[in-house]
Design a protein around this ligand. Structure first.
Ligand code: AHM
Ligand code: MG
Length: 336
């Protein structure tokens, strides 16, 4: 990557010029997420050096309360969004309820709500494995100038205005879409600038990777068991490769670049699966579709599910279109 690549800041300004009549609110919102991401990145990178890995509530040697990084990330994102007076509401995987925010003139006149998982895969931090932030942006449905309500957050994913993730990996990247293409920017930590490194990201035509926690195999529905057998069968371009990091953002990121499917199915122990519809599945499904892929609960499109509660879980099948459709075929067969 050279310094001549477009920076994220320049990219946002150029995009803004394309939306002649928009107020620039969405651009400013993405900018705030970019800033919060840098702050969290700095802290995540220090995790191996500084003793901040203790559990929440524990005290460190200076008598300061230690924070788990997921709580820290939650606070950074919420504070940044509140300080910049850029959204009217926030819902986070780390918060029991949504947060209503008053605008600068104390009238809640901002039009966007943000839903986020501030640090997904945080159990991986202790072992130096990549984690990520996932975010999803909607236009409020209740009238401007009034406090947001649950209705503003329980919108189907097909109403998302933008979604993306930050992956704190071997390098830190922000990948997002405002509905057209999916673009990826890599952080140059020396100068704190993100550069456009992955323009117009698309799943490759064929995928050869399947990502699922096979330790749960005995608890999987028959359709998933049969699909895994299919992936492992020697025929045509199979067997596929198995890759599972256990960090959704990283597994998704790799599969989008190399071609693959990520599955977190319902299990006999977790009948609705593990992943959250609003904070994890909808934003990833939005990106997957914009990148030519597909996301399903095994039977229907994730983005068409009407949420009924903030922390709702759903089974998740996401990746190359052809692979997701094949998995759906096995799910349907097993139902009959
Ligand atoms: P989290 O939100 O508590 O971090 O859980 C979500 C994570 C995903 O990143 C990952 O894909 C999945 O949980 C892994 O779960 P498991 O360890 O059961 O395979
Ligand atoms: Mg999560």
């Amino acid at each position: 990557m050279t310094q001549h690549n477009k920076t994220l800041g320049e990219f946002i300004i150029n995009k803004q010029a394309e939306f002649k009549y928009s107020s620039g609110e969405l651009s400013r919102l993405i900018n705030s997420i970019r800033l919060a991401g840098k702050i969290v990145n700095h802290e995540v990178n220090k995790a191996g050096l500084v003793d901040i890995l203790g559990s929440a509530g524990a005290e460190n040697i200076q008598g300061e309360t230690q924070q788990k990084l997921d709580i820290y990330a939650n606070e950074v994102f919420i504070k940044t969004l509140i300080n910049r007076e850029i959204v009217c509401g926030i819902a986070s995987e780390e918060e029991d309820d949504f947060i209503s925010i008053k605008g600068g003139n104390k009238k809640n006149d901002n039009k966007y709500v943000v839903l986020m998982d501030p640090l997904d895969g945080s159990s991986n931090i202790d072992v130096n494995v990549s984690v990520g932030t996932i975010f999803s942006i909607y236009r409020r449905v209740t009238p401007a100038g009034t406090p947001v309500t649950l209705e503003d957050f329980l919108q189907p994913g097909n109403q998302q205005v933008a979604a993306g993730y930050i992956v704190y990996g071997t390098s830190t990247m922000i990948v997002y879409s405002t509905g057209h293409g999916v673009n990826g920017f890599t952080l140059n930590p020396a100068i704190g600038t993100y550069y456009l490194s992955h323009p117009n990201m698309k799943f490759p035509e064929k995928g050869h990777i399947y990502s699922v926690n096979e330790g749960n195999y005995v608890h999987f529905p028959q359709g998933v068991k049969s699909y895994i057998k299919y992936c492992q069968t020697e025929e045509d371009d199979r067997p596929y490769t198995s890759r599972y990091i256990g960090s959704l953002v990283s597994d998704f990121h790799r599969n989008m670049i190399k071609g693959g499917i990520y599955i977190y199915p319902n299990t006999s122990k977790n009948p609705d699966g593990k992943l959250r519809l609003l904070y994890e599945c909808n934003p990833m499904a939005f990106l997957a579709e914009r990148a030519g892929g597909k996301a399903s609960n095994g039977f229907k499109r994730i983005l068409d599910i009407k949420p009924t509660e903030l922390h709702q879980r759903v089974p998740f099948f996401c990746g190359n279109e052809e692979m997701v459709e094949k998995a759906e075929e096995f799910m349907a067969q097993a139902e009959n």
